[in-house]
Every structure is written in structure tokens, then in C-alpha cells.
Design a protein around this ligand. Structure first.
Ligand SMILES: Nc1nc2c(c(=O)[nH]1)N[C@H]1C(S)=C(S)[C@@H](COP(=O)(O)O)O[C@H]1N2
Ligand SMILES: [Mo]
Length: 322
């Protein structure tokens, strides 16, 4: 989408804002008061009986905990996490759970293709029989400055990568979410040509043990608003990298396009590694609000995962934090 590439260097800040606002509005990406990724990130106290009703119906999963991943804070309350989610296919508000009834997450086929020796098209249920599941407690930090700490269930992405045997020419992995205008109200309403949501990693990032394909949360299958039936979790990167409801994974020999980079290129790049010292163009990234509590904390470099992923990047090169 070349039309998004505005010559920002030639515009004043105010002109940039006005132009982009008009553009996003034309694309249906600004509601009455909603600016994507800039919703206030105050603590969300809403507890709803309706919401809890949807959570108790989820299928239980049994997966042993991988104790290598320990938290420095309490787990976020399950209902608080489920009530405050980002899933722009359904709504720009956080109350995604109210809008997902029509979204069908079974049966669900996942296609793995591109530069691999053994391409694979498989239903999620079959995939779960092939790869053992485990539970991991991870921190999760949204670029909007809210954060959570949650027990994902799933498997390391590397297990899937090994199965399809990437060719030596493969350097990157592209992830693609669903396109179903009849099930996702915002895909129908907005004329954004950037759907389906898409994201990417380098192959080295994908092979890193932290990269996780989640199929469950809090001991049961993923609630729809968290990206059922299968999503990526890359906890050292801002939350938008952790693409939900993936239908296709493509191995490539170049850096894949990403949804938010295409949407707002001067604010979101490919890497999106968490670094509290580098502010977003419009706000500080130094601190975060813990979902479901009044607590604020200093954000950690790589969200606290430097031991695992610090070696993949050069801290002095700012490109890795955009
Ligand atoms: N397909 C899809 N994946 C997505 C998004 C989205 O809008 N669509 N939002 C992203 C953003 S901005 C964040 S912060 C996380 C939120 O994950 P959670 O809602 O499960 O906490 O999902 C990411 N994955
Ligand atoms: Mo986010």
C-alpha cells in the first residue's frame, strides 16, 4: 500500500497528524473517539457475569508447566485479561468478547507453505495430537503501555518449524490471520485493504525457544477474543507481533510485510522489540500499567527476556526497536 507512505519529513507534526487522521478515517480506522493503539491504558475493573459465563464453557486442557519460565509478578486475573483485548477484526474497543459470537474457530485449518521441504496443511486438532503441549507463564506488553502476565498453553514454534524442514534459502516467516467479512464486523465495515492481519519474524527469532504457538490460556482452550484456536506469542516484542487466529504460515527469503507497518509506517516497523529507553513517537514506553491492578512498573528491556533473545540484536542499533 504505497499510498500510506507519506513524505513525513516534509510535513510539520500537525500536518502529519491531520493527514493521517483523514487517511485512517477514510479507511474506517477511526471511530468516534478511537485511535488504534492509543486507547487510554488505565486499569480495567469491569467484571462481568456474562464474560465469566463464556469462560466457563471453554474446553479444559491438561499440559505440564515448563518451569524454566518464571514471573516477577502475580498472574493477571483471567477475567480482567479476557475483558480487555485487542482484536481489530472485531472492534476497535477492548470489549472484543462481546463481538465474537459469530466467529467460528472449529474446524480450523492451518497451512504451512513457502520455502520448506515438507509443506503441511493440517487441522488444529490434528496438529495438537502431533506436538506435545506445555504451559508457560509469560509477561506480555502492549505498545499502548498496558501489560499482563498469563499462563499460555501451546508448543514452541521451533517444533513446528522443524517438522516442515525449511530450505536453506528461508530467512523469514510470515504469519497470516483469517479473512472472513461475514464473521468479523470490522473486516466488513472498513475498506482497509490490509486485511487479513499479518505479521512476521526472522527464522532465527522463530527458532528461539521463547517463540510460542498458543492454543490455550488459564488451563483451557483460548477464548475467541484471545485469538482462538491458535496464535503466536512473542513476549519480548510489543503485543501486536503476537498475531491471533493464524490460518497460514509462509517461509520466505525476505522480510515480510506487517499490518501495523503498512498502516502507520512512521510509528511501527518490522522488529518491535521492547525497549523502555526508546519512546513511541507519541508516548513514553518507560512504564506499564498491570492489567487488573493499580500497579505500574518500569518496563524491562526485551520485556525481561534479555537472556533468551538479547543475542539476536544490537542494542545500539535503533532499527531493532521500531
Ligand atoms: N489477528 C490479530 N492479531 C492481533 C491483533 C489484532 O488486532 N488482530 N492485535 C494485536 C495486539 S495490538 C495485541 S496487544 C495482542 C493482544 O493480545 P490479547 O488481546 O490476547 O491480550 O494481540 C495482537 N494480535
Ligand atoms: Mo497491542
Amino acid at each position: 500500500m504505497q499510498s500510506y507512505k507519506l513524505p513525513t519529513s516534509e510535513l510539520t507534526a500537525e500536518e502529519v497528524f491531520r493527514t493521517r487522521r483523514t487517511l485512517l478515517k477514510a479507511l474506517g480506522f477511526l471511530g468516534l473517539n478511537a485511535w488504534p493503539l492509543l486507547n487510554a491504558c488505565t486499569n480495567y475493573a469491569a467484571q462481568s457475569r456474562d464474560l465469566n459465563g463464556t469462560l466457563v464453557n471453554l474446553k479444559q486442557l491438561h499440559a505440564p508447566r515448563n518451569g524454566s519460565y518464571r514471573l516477577d509478578r502475580p498472574l493477571t486475573d483471567q477475567a480482567e485479561a479476557a475483558a480487555y483485548t485487542n482484536f481489530y477484526e472485531f472492534t476497535h474497543s477492548k470489549e472484543v468478547w462481546r463481538r465474537v459470537d459469530r466467529f467460528l474457530t472449529r474446524p480450523w485449518e492451518l497451512k504451512i507453505t513457502g520455502l520448506v521441504k515438507k509443506p503441511l496443511t493440517i487441522s488444529v486438532d490434528e496438529l495438537l495430537k502431533l506436538i506435545p503441549q506445555e504451559e508457560r507463564h509469560y509477561r506480555f506488553r502492549c505498545v499502548e503501555t498496558w501489560s499482563m502476565a498469563v499462563p499460555w498453553i501451546g508448543f514452541p514454534l521451533s517444533a513446528l518449524i522443524k517438522r516442515v524442514e525449511p530450505l536453506s534459502s528461508a530467512t523469514h516467516i510470515s504469519f497470516i490471520s483469517f479473512l472472513r467479512r461475514d464473521q468479523a464486523p470490522e473486516q466488513k465495515r472498513s475498506s482497509v485493504e490490509l486485511w487479513p492481519y499479518h505479521e512476521g519474524l526472522t527464522l532465527a527469532e522463530g527458532m528461539n525457544d521463547l517463540s510460542f504457538m498458543a492454543t490455550g490460556l488459564y488451563g483451557h482452550e483460548l477464548a475467541k477474543q484471545h485469538g482462538a484456536p491458535i496464535r503466536l506469542v512473542a513476549p519480548w516484542k510489543y503485543g501486536f507481533k503476537s498475531i491471533k487466529s493464524v490460518v497460514e504460515i509462509v517461509f520466505t527469503d525476505r522480510q515480510p510485510a506487517t499490518f501495523w507497518n503498512a498502516m502507520i509506517p512512521n510509528e511501527y516497523g518490522f522488529w518491535a522489540n521492547i525497549n523502555p529507553a526508546i519512546p513511541h513517537p507519541r508516548w513514553s514506553q518507560a512504564e506499564e500499567s498491570l492489567l487488573g491492578s493499580n500497579e505500574r512498573r518500569k518496563t524491562l528491556l526485551y520485556n525481561g527476556y534479555t537472556d533468551q533473545v538479547g543475542g539476536l540484536y544490537n542494542l545500539k542499533d535503533r532499527q531493532y526497536f521500531y
